[in-house]
Every structure is written in structure tokens, then in C-alpha cells.
Ligand binder design. Structure first.
Ligand code: PLP
Length: 461
């Protein structure tokens, strides 16, 4: 048996891996592999942990959890979160559509995105959905479109808080400072341009500036990062207050996402050798700093909606990826004793590189989960790439038709799948207690060709 840490809704029963109360081997048999599996109850528990963990420390206003749709843009998965009262951040027209199809109330959606065109601006204005402005032109577009529609555009400024006192390096690139990276990154309105925009609001009767938004990213798990970020957000609130005039105050303040998931082993993050704080640790530092800094500038926090946008931490542990061993190879020539388990998934379905000495997900045998993990094997994928998903990893002796699972694949994995080698992309099922249902069917081979166009002149070939 492996010593892999399982989250509370995974268990080993009679040698098989269960997700909630469903045997993963039965799921693989019934729905086929490769397959993404989501646990509804892990997702709901994660949402409640964020909501309650933050609300506990912010009695003066509402905490709005705006789960980042991008991490798992599946409509039925989104419906689960909508049922629970969770809002969402959307990036671009497609994700806005996901939120609308996923039953998110308009007021609980935020429309983020680079280069928003009139189409998305008009839709957001029409439905009363707040728009997070990412450049100067978008403000004019909001006024023009809202005027044409005789409506009001609700907007937030996506700002780039300058964390002047933070000398911390980024966990992604330890040779760079977080402060520099959050300034040089493309998203958000440059501060100099925010300042130019502020006087315009007085002459924009069809625009209502509701607040500010930022998303710095997952540069650090340290509370000091959040302290600095929130301090700098409030500094910008003061600048905006002074520049807009009319005693402007934010109704909504979003500190964005970037919360770590404890079981995440993402390989892009270079520095991981320190403890992941608890959600309440983040809640404490964010709310206390917000209150303290606002008061320092003479503002009250009473009634201000404080938003958080967890993506990775919301979905990561809710997902596993099931796949099947189709063939075993064993080299005994040249003094070698080398085994490969050829499986039906791929690096292109898992967003991982071609040679994984240490894969970024824990690997479990679903049907031999209680056996000793004592046999070295390369677990390889189906594409023509090197496609080594786990090199010489220890598993029970594998055989054809064995089912394997990569754990904690719920964030940002499925949306990145592609059709390399003209492979159809895997589907997704959702488990709730003892039930398991499709939420995204697998792509068909025919659909892989559905966008191809053969010009008339090539049709006889
Ligand atoms: C605007 C915005 N909010 C939230 C998130 C979620 O970030 P994370 O998954 O690190 O929590 C992202 C991720 O890119 C984002 O762009």
C-alpha cells in the first residue's frame, strides 16, 4: 500500500480506490478511460471552507467567493457552486457564457478579460453584471454602450497595487521580486493610466464605479504577501477616492485569487519547501489589514463586499484522472530489468511535460490500492511524444487492464487538453455520494475533424 495522503473523500475499500462512495474501478469500467472525475462534495466543502473561513473574520460586510471559472469551466460543476451561493470570476466571453449557463446570478458574476470588445461589454451592461476594466479604452466603451442602451455600466478598476515594502521573491521565479513581477505582468491598468482615468468618471453619467479588483497570482503562500497586497490596494483606493472626488468609496473590493492548495504539486512552482497556511490564516491577514488600512485613511469597511477569487485551491482536490493500462513491456536484454505500463492517457491530457521524473500528481493503483508499491515502472502515455507520465515510479506489479489514478487534477488540467495526434479529448463525470453521472461527454473522433474545411479544389484528391 502506498503512503500517499488521500483527501477525506477518497478511501481504500477492499483494495480499491473509492471517490466518495463510488469505486473508481467501476467508474472506469462503466464510463471508459481516460476520464476526469469530480467529487461534488469535495468541491462544496472547499467552497464552504473559503466562505465561512473568511466570513468569520469579516462581520462588517459580505464575503463573496468568486470561484475562478477557468480552473474548471464545466457547466454542471458550475451549477453545483451556483446552488451553494458561490459567485464567479469569468475571463472573456466564453467564460461569461459558462457562468450564465451555470446559473450564476448576474450580481455574483464578474466580467474580467483582456481586450473586451463591445459585444461582451454590451452583454454585461444589459444584464447588470459588473465589468472589471483592464484598460483605458474599456471605460469609454462602457459609457458609450451604456448610453446607447439607456442603462448603467457597473465597473471596477483592475489595479496594479505597488507593494513598495515587499522584498519577497516569487515562488515561481525565485530570482525575481513579487513586486516587480506584479508590475511587469500584462494584466491590470497601469497606475499612471488609472490616474488619468479618474477625472473622467464625473462626466460619465452612464458608468458607476463600484470598486477595485486585483489579481496578483500565486507568487507566495506567506501571509506577509497578502498584508502587503491589501495595504497597497487600500493605498490605491485612497488615490481613487481623491481623484474621482464626490467622496467616492468602494462598494466592492476584490483581492483576487492565488490561494494555494495544500495537496498541489504543481511543477511550475519552484519554491515549495514551506508550509501551506490554513484558509483562516489568509482570512485573518486579509481582513485585518483591510480594516486597519481603510481606517488609517479615514474610511469605514462597513458594508463593503470583500471578494476572493480562488481557482486552484477551490477545485484542485475535487478532481482525479482515471486511466487504464493497455499493455506491459518488459526489457530484460542488455542487463536491463525495465518495465513500461502503456496507458490510454497522455501528457497532453494532463498538461505535463514529456519526461516526468516526479509527476506533479500523486499516482495510485485503483484496483491494487492495498498491495505493496514495490515494482519500478515507467507509466507512459499514448502519444508519439516521449510521454513518460511517471518515470521508474514504484507501484504494485501492474498488468493489462489495471486502472490507475492521478489525484488532485481538478484545477486547470481538463481545460488545457488538446487534440495532439488527432486524439479525442476525455470526458468528465461527477460523483455525489454513491452516484456518478456524465457532466461532459468524451469528444468523438468525428468531432476532432469537425472544424476542418477542405476547399472545393482539393475535394477530389
Ligand atoms: C482574475 C483572476 N482571478 C482569479 C484567478 C484564480 O487564480 P488561482 O487559481 O491562483 O487562485 C485567476 C487566475 O488566473 C485570475 O486571472
Amino acid at each position: 500500500m502506498s503512503n500517499i495522503q488521500l483527501n477525506p473523500l477518497l478511501s481504500i475499500r477492499n483494495g480499491n480506490l473509492y471517490i466518495e462512495d463510488v469505486n473508481t474501478v467501476d467508474i472506469a469500467r462503466e464510463f471508459g478511460t481516460p476520464l476526469f472525475v469530480v467529487s461534488e462534495n469535495i468541491l462544496v466543502n472547499n467552497y464552504k471552507a473559503f466562505r465561512d473561513g473568511f466570513q468569520k473574520y469579516y462581520p462588517e460586510g459580505r464575503i463573496r467567493v468568486m470561484a475562478a471559472v477557468k480552473a474548471n469551466p464545466t457547466v454542471a460543476v458550475r451549477k453545483v457552486l451556483s446552488r451553494e451561493g458561490c459567485g464567479c470570476d469569468t475571463f472573456g466571453f466564453g467564460e461569461l457564457e459558462t457562468a450564465l449557463r451555470g446559473g450564476v446570478p448576474y450580481e455574483d458574476i464578474a466580467v474580467n478579460g483582456s481586450i473586451k470588445g463591445p459585444e461582451i461589454i454590451r452583454k454585461a451592461i444589459d444584464l447588470g453584471i459588473p465589468i472589471i476594466l483592464d484598460n483605458m479604452d474599456e471605460l469609454d466603451m462602457c459609457q458609450d454602450e451604456a448610453k446607447k442602451m439607456s442603462k448603467t455600466a457597473l465597473v471596477l478598476l483592475r489595479i496594479k497595487p505597488y507593494m513598495k515594502d515587499l522584498e519577497e521573491p516569487s515562488d515561481f521565479f525565485p530570482q525575481r521580486l513579487i513586486r516587480d513581477m506584479t508590475q511587469s505582468v500584462k494584466y491590470g491598468i497601469p497606475t499612471s493610466e488609472v490616474i488619468q482615468m479618474l477625472p473622467k468618471f464625473a462626466n460619465m453619467p452612464n458608468v458607476k464605479l463600484e470598486g477595485v479588483h486585483t489579481h496578483a497570482g500565486r507568487h507566495s503562500k506567506k501571509p506577509i504577501f497578502w498584508k502587503s497586497l491589501v495595504t497597497s490596494i487600500v493605498d490605491m483606493i485612497k488615490t481613487i477616492h481623491d481623484g474621482v472626488g464626490n467622496n467616492w468609496k468602494p462598494e466592492i473590493v476584490s483581492v483576487g485569487g492565488g490561494f494555494p492548495s495544500d495537496m498541489d504539486k504543481e511543477s511550475r512552482v519552484a519554491v515549495t519547501d514551506y508550509q501551506t497556511p490554513h484558509i483562516e490564516d489568509f482570512a485573518k491577514v486579509i481582513t485585518e489589514t483591510f480594516r486597519q488600512e481603510m481606517n488609517k485613511h479615514g474610511f469605514s469597511t462597513k458594508g463593503i463586499i470583500l471578494e476572493i477569487e480562488p481557482g486552484r485551491a477551490m477545485y484542485n482536490e475535487s478532481g482525479i484522472h482515471l486511466f487504464k493500462v493497455h499493455n506491459m513491456k518488459h526489457e530484460t536484454a542488455h542487463g536491463m530489468d525495465y518495465q513500461w505500463a502503456e496507458t490510454d492517457t497522455s501528457e497532453t491530457f494532463l498538461s505535463i511535460g514529456g519526461l516526468n521524473v516526479t509527476p506533479p500528481f500523486d499516482l495510485v493503483s485503483c484496483n491494487k490500492a492495498d498491495k505493496t508499491y514495490d515494482t519500478k515502472v515507467d507509466v507512459v502515455g499514448i502519444t508519439c511524444n516521449y510521454d513518460c507520465l511517471a518515470e521508474q515510479t514504484k507501484l504494485p506489479q501492474l498488468a493489462k487492464n489495471d486502472i490507475l489514478a492521478f489525484l488532485n487534477t481538478g484545477s486547470y488540467i481538463e481545460p488545457y487538453t488538446c487534440n495532439f495526434n488527432a486524439l479525442p479529448r476525455p470526458g468528465m463525470v461527477m460523483v455525489n455520494g454513491s452516484s456518478c453521472e456524465w457532466v461532459k461527454r468524451p469528444e468523438t473522433q468525428e468531432e476532432v475533424f469537425s472544424r476542418h474545411v477542405v476547399p472545393e479544389r482539393l475535394q477530389n484528391i
